[in-house]
Design a binder for this molecule. Sequence first.
Ligand code: SF4
Length: 295
Amino acid sequence: MTANITAHPARWWKALDDRKVRCLLCPRACVIPQDESGFCSVRKNVGGKLYSLSYGRPVALNVDPIEKKPLAEFLPGSRTFSLGTFGCNLNCSFCQNDSLSRGAYSGVFFGRCFPPEKIVELTLANNCPSVAFTYNEPTVFAEYAIDIALLAHEQGLKTVLVSNGYITPLAAQDLYPQIDAANIDMKGFSEEFYLSMTESSLKPVLTAIKRLYDAGTHLEITNLVIPGKNDSRELISAWLDWVEANLNKQVPLHFSAFFPAYKYHSSPRTPKSTLLQIKEYAISRGFTAVCLGNI
Ligand code: SF4
């Protein structure tokens, strides 16, 4: 590793034979040979130890309305200091943000370092009551998010997680207690959809959602609605059944419109009428906070 790369020791991994490592941060459980990175591209085996390449290196910093995360019922009307890095542990063919999620750091450090204290300083300087881990998948920079969250809480700030929920219980037990509000992206309520469209699985996501809910974290859930893929009445109904049985009908549910992007152009942009029908159906079943996005 060259001297101008600032890599941070990873927290969840174990050593294997031949200087390989197994990453324990997400259910993908990558086995990573020396000098290679995991599926997310930002966790690298250097000398038989795992490092986070994105710690302290956000590539997107913005002040956003909290409703943009989206969070409808957490600090409404406020602005949140938002940051993201590169990398993602899923590979959604329909990714709406592939420049960050599928991007990767090159071998040369090209940007400024923002240690956790700098992020908190900027959050305060911008008069934001919260800091949000967003844009790409925060799970892949969980060490950084935890260190920022600890300092943010010392300053009376809240923390927001916008995530796909694809995380191991081992890492979730460290990251999630540091989060005040989360929006989890449930991409389609079937294992077949997750496998074919995201190269991952649904079950760990449901486990993560339940963990946040049971812990009393403010929870909202987003479902990107893709015509012909995850918008059938059967799937939407099964999803609402799950929410009703495992959470409650007051959890804010966001249904947002898809637009063709990245590798998936086989479906058209989601018609507004589709989202309105889903909303009407959810409300008819007693769900009280149904929001529509991207319309
Ligand atoms: S966080 Fe990245 S390296 Fe670790 S298991 Fe998941 S995809 Fe692989």
